[in-house]
Design a protein. Structure first.
Length: 116
């Protein structure tokens, strides 16, 4: 029997995994599009805004979640522009493709942050 190659996980599955992990670590996380813009069928979503807003101990991190090993795994022009402006204003925004990527970004110590 030949080797079975599974497709990469859907972006929504990666978001759920990240949210689960960060919630356990004490972060408040929200999927921006689903929570705030889905009611308008997406037409009210700001172009380029990242997928997730995560907050812990005063630290605010925006995460753009991309499907691993996919042709859509890079930010588009609107996302690049939004990320650049957020960073210019002193914010943190990262492109992540897995829970491991989010762990690397969010497990950095920040002021007033307590780990278990």
């Amino acid at each position: 029997m030949g080797k079975i190659t599974l497709p990469p996980p859907l972006e929504s599955a990666v978001q759920d995994q990240i949210k689960g992990y960060l919630t356990i670590r004490g972060w408040f996380c929200s999927n921006i599009r689903e929570r705030y813009f889905r009611q308008g069928g997406g037409k009210y979503s700001e172009p380029g805004i990242p997928d997730m807003l995560c907050i812990k101990g005063g630290r605010v991190v925006m995460l753009e979640v991309k499907r691993p090993n996919s042709s859509y795994s890079k930010p588009n022009d609107n996302q690049k522009a939004w990320h650049a402006e957020w960073k210019r204003q002193g914010g943190e925004v990262y492109v992540v493709r897995s829970v491991e990527d989010a762990m690397e970004v969010c497990d950095k110590e920040a002021p007033n942050e307590a780990f278990f």
